[in-house]
Design a binder for this molecule. Structure first.
Ligand SMILES: NC(=O)c1ccc[n+]([C@@H]2O[C@H](COP(=O)([O-])OP(=O)(O)OC[C@H]3O[C@@H](n4cnc5c(N)ncnc54)[C@H](O)[C@@H]3O)[C@@H](O)[C@H]2O)c1
Length: 323
C-alpha cells in the first residue's frame, strides 16, 4: 500500500500512474482545493492535509513525495525514519551532505530511496546507454546536453536546478563516473540571482568531458543529448516525434600511411527502434519493482547522490562570478 504527498501539476501525473499500478491508500496535500479535486478523481482513496497521519499508518509501505524542492529532504527523511520506502521527486535534497544522510538512512533501515530522475526511464535514453555500453560508439570522448526554450521563466530555481538536473542525471548515467572538475557560468538577466542562462563544463577521471547549455531565454526549443564516440556518434532528441535516437557512423581517422594527418569518415546515419512507452509509467514500475525486492536496492539512491553533489559544485562555481 502506498501514499503520496503533493498533488500539484506533476504530482497529478504520479498519482494517476500509481493509482493504475498499485493500491494507493492515501493522498496528502496542504492545499484544500487540490485535496478536493483529488477526492473527486479518486473517491476510494483517503485524503489528508497531515503528513503525520500518513506516516502513522502502519499499512503504508511507501511514500511518493511530489512537493516543492525545498521540502524534499525533510519529507524524505521523515519517511525513511518511519521505516517506509520513499520515491522523491528530483532533486531529493539541495545539499550533498543531506543526500548522503538520506542514503545512509535508507541503507541502515533497508528501505528504498529512489529519486525521480524521469529521463533515466526514457526508452530513448536507455537506447543511448545500450549504444554506449555495447562499445558500438567506441570510447566515449564527450557528452553534451542542450535544454533550451523561451520559457517557462522561473523566479526561485535557476536554470541549473530547474533544467540541468535532468541532463546531469543522464550524462552521469551514460558516463558512469563521478566528475572531478566542474565549472558553471551563467547570468541572471530577468530576476536577481536566478540565472536564466547557464553553461556547465565537467571533466571525468577517464578524461571524458561533458557540457550543458541550459536556458529559458532562447529562440530554439531543444531537448537533446549528444554522445561523441571515437568510432560513431549518437543523438537523443526528445523533440523528434519518431526518430528519438540517431546514430551517425562518422569519425575522424588517422591513416597509417600519413601519420598525424587526420581524415574524416562518413558512413550510414540510422535511427534504431525506440519503444513509445511513457517514461513516467516505466519510472513508477521501477519503484514498485525495487520495493518488491527486484533490482539493486541502493543503485538509484547512489546515482542520485552523485547528481546532487554535482549540482552543489556547479552552483558554487556559478556563484564565484556574481550574476
Ligand atoms: N520529473 C519531472 O519531469 C518533473 C516535472 C515537473 C515537476 N517535477 C517535480 O515535482 C515536484 C512537484 O512539482 P509540481 O509542478 O507538481 O509543483 P506544484 O507547486 O504544482 O505542487 C506542489 C504541491 O505540493 C503541496 N505541498 C507543498 N508542501 C507540502 C507539504 N509540506 N505537505 C503536503 N503538501 C505540500 C502544494 O500544496 C502543492 O499542491 C517538484 O519537486 C518538481 O521539481 C518533476
Amino acid at each position: 500500500m502506498i501514499a503520496q504527498v503533493g498533488l500539484g501539476q506533476w504530482g497529478r501525473n504520479l498519482a494517476r500512474n500509481f493509482h493504475e499500478l498499485t493500491e494507493l491508500a492515501w493522498l496528502c496535500d496542504i492545499d484544500d482545493e487540490r485535496r478536493a479535486e483529488a477526492q473527486e478523481r479518486y473517491p476510494a482513496v483517503r485524503l489528508t492535509a497531515s503528513f503525520d497521519e500518513v506516516l502513522s499508518d502502519p499499512a503504508v509501505e511507501a511514500v511518493v513525495v511530489a512537493t516543492p524542492v525545498p521540502t524534499h529532504y525533510e519529507l524524505a527523511r521523515r519517511t525513511l525514519e518511519a521505516d517506509k520506502h520513499v520515491f522523491v521527486e528530483k532533486p531529493p535534497a539541495m545539499r550533498g551532505a543531506e543526500m548522503e544522510e538520506l542514503c545512509e538512512l535508507a541503507e541502515e533501515r533497508g528501505r528504498i530511496l529512489m529519486p525521480g530522475h524521469l529521463l533515466l526511464y526514457h526508452p530513448g535514453v536507455s537506447k543511448l546507454k545500450e549504444l554506449v555500453d555495447s562499445g558500438d560508439l567506441g570510447d566515449v570522448l564527450c557528452v553534451y546536453g542542450n535544454r533550451q526554450n523561451l520559457g517557462t521563466i522561473r523566479t526561485h530555481e535557476n536554470a541549473l536546478w530547474s533544467l540541468g538536473v535532468h541532463d546531469l542525471s543522464v550524462l552521469l548515467f551514460l558516463i558512469d563516473e563521478e566528475p572531478t572538475e566542474l565549472w558553471a557560468h551563467g547570468h541572471a538577466f530577468l530576476n536577481p540571482r536566478v540565472e536564466d542562462i547557464v553553461f556547465c563544463y565537467l571533466r571525468f577521471p577517464s578524461g571524458k568531458i561533458a557540457h550543458l547549455h541550459l536556458s529559458w531565454l532562447d529562440p530554439h526549443k531543444i531537448r537533446r543529448i549528444t554522445v561523441v564516440g571515437r568510432d560513431k556518434m549518437a543523438v537523443f532528441d526528445d523533440m523528434e516525434p519518431e526518430r528519438k535516437v540517431t546514430v551517425y557512423d562518422k569519425a575522424p581517422e588517422e591513416p597509417t600511411t600519413t601519420y598525424g594527418e587526420w581524415k574524416t569518415r562518413t558512413g550510414d546515419i540510422y535511427s534504431p527502434k525506440v519503444p513509445t512507452t511513457e517514461p513516467l509509467r516505466l519510472e513508477c514500475e521501477h519503484f514498485l519493482r525495487l520495493i518488491a525486492g527486484d533490482g539493486d536496492p541502493m543503485r538509484a539512491a547512489r546515482d542520485g547522490l552523485v547528481v546532487v553533489r554535482a549540482l552543489e559544485h556547479l552552483q558554487a562555481s556559478l556563484e564565484t562570478v556574481p550574476a
